[in-house]
Design a protein. Structure first.
Length: 440
């Protein structure tokens, strides 16, 4: 869970997960559907699937015993990479091995003033070599956790607390900043800069770990010049047509129609409203509606009448590599008997869910945003209908009362009770009763 996600976000999910599946055997016996439901909202859903696969492999192929070394963890368990293996092996098994996560990358790059791309293979190997060299042989787990905490709490991405850093005296990035500040002070005093006895690390020709020659040091950034990463590619932009279908449930209340995504790829195995990727972004709304209508009719047959889709709005959701916009349509199908999926898919890849079941199902955060937009639209329509009924009262009482009140307001004197005159404005304020004064 801690891969790509902060502790604060993980905590609630972890507690619920461990209450439901306290042992590897319990997790192995669960279904993938149950795992997806528990993981819903945490993101990077392949992690949950691989964790489930790993538990099944431990139980069925490894006799219920976890691999004991970092090397075997990587080799035998799906989804376990170098960092996860190092962390588990050192903390849980006591193996003397390093663990390099994003926090440790930042600490090491500043300690050693590594200015090359921190994601490059050369730098990655150098960081792991350093981690395996520095790890405490007696308390490897504690050392690795302390190093990660140092990066999370002190050597932070922005605004690092260098004055509180326990390894400040070993930090080359901090030393470089101090030297630069001293040289600046000397120049202000008109004194010549002191020549260094050894060349600066950035001046070493051909160094694979130094700041590349084409990139400059930014004095305003200080130690946050490190680590350096390549500029991220902008996420690809996609637009997806999505249809919220609801109907009167057999037991009362509303039910919503969902289909299951493929078992591989983005959001694998998750449930969503019927959707289709919009290939031609500039298609007219009429074409979009027609295409989505045809897609839904493939699943529900003729239950969805032609022209029944209503435009609801748009929802934007940002994945790690996709800027996704959901163009949302909706339609209500009043007859439960006539709105079952074609081909008997009800129990496999398509189903109707109550609102409560929807919130508990393996549904992504994006689909919950879509549902929220739909509910907002329904609420606005309901309020609009109520307002319309008040205005169209049969006996005309509402309208006549409104007219009489309007006439009465016109007849009020300029300094009447409804209008605040200058005379009233400058009168002393009336003291409030004690119970009317809000407590602080």
């Amino acid at each position: 869970m801690l891969q790509q996600t902060q502790v604060a976000t993980v905590m609630d999910y972890y507690i619920k997960w461990m209450k439901r599946w306290p042992t590897v055997q319990d997790l192995a016996a669960a279904t993938l559907e149950e795992v997806n439901e528990m993981w819903a909202g945490l993101g990077y859903y392949s992690r949950g699937r691989r964790l489930h696969e790993g538990a099944q492999k431990v139980v069925s192929e490894l006799g219920g015993q976890m691999p004991k070394t970092a090397e075997d963890l990587v080799k035998l368990l799906p989804g376990v990479g170098r960092y996860t293996a190092g962390a588990v092996a050192s903390i849980a098994m006591g193996q003397v091995t390093g663990a390099v996560d994003g926090n440790v990358v930042r600490v090491f790059c500043r300690l050693r003033a590594i200015g090359a791309d921190s994601t490059s293979p050369v730098v990655t190997e150098a960081l792991w070599t350093l981690a395996n060299t520095l790890v405490d042989p007696d308390r490897p787990g504690d050392f690795n956790q302390a190093l990660m905490e140092l990066g999370a709490r002190v050597c932070t991405p922005k605004g690092p607390l260098c004055s509180q850093c326990p390894v400040q005296s070993h930090c080359r990035a901090h030393r470089k900043v101090a030297v630069e500040q001293e040289e600046g002070a000397q120049r202000l005093l008109g004194k010549p800069a002191v020549e260094q006895s050894s060349p600066d690390i950035e001046e070493c020709c051909g160094c694979a770990l130094c700041i590349p020659p084409g990139e400059s040091w930014d004095s305003t950034l200080g130690v946050t010049n490190f680590p350096r990463k390549p500029k991220k590619k902008p996420p690809r932009v996609e637009r997806t047509l999505t249809c919220v279908l609801d109907r009167n449930g057999a037991k009362g209340g509303r039910e919503y129609f969902l289909v299951q995504r493929p078992s591989k790829g983005l959001l694998a195995g998750m449930w969503e409203f019927p959707s289709m990727l919009l290939e031609e972004v500039h298609d007219s709304e009429k074409k979009q509606r027609s295409a989505l209508q045809a897609q839904v009719q493939k699943i529900l047959g003729d239950s969805l009448k032609q022209g029944a889709l209503q435009h609801v709005g748009e929802v934007v959701h940002i994945f790690s590599h996709i800027h996704q916009t959901y163009v949302v349509y909706s339609s209500s199908l009043p007859d439960p008997a006539g709105s079952s999926p074609a081909g008997g898919q009800e129990d496999s890849r398509a189903r109707w869910l109550t609102e409560t079941a929807f919130q508990e199902a393996a549904v992504s955060a994006a689909m919950k945003k879509v549902m929220k937009l739909y509910e907002k639209m329904k609420s606005m329509k309901t309020e609009s209908c109520k307002d319309g009924k008040r205005k169209r009262s049969p006996d005309g009482e509402t309208n006549s009362r409104h007219k009489s009140q309007k006439t009465a307001r016109k007849q009020e004197p300029a300094d009447g009770a409804r209008q605040l005159s200058l005379h009233k404005f400058f009168q002393p304020a009336i003291k409030q009763e004690a119970e009317d004064i809000p407590s602080s």
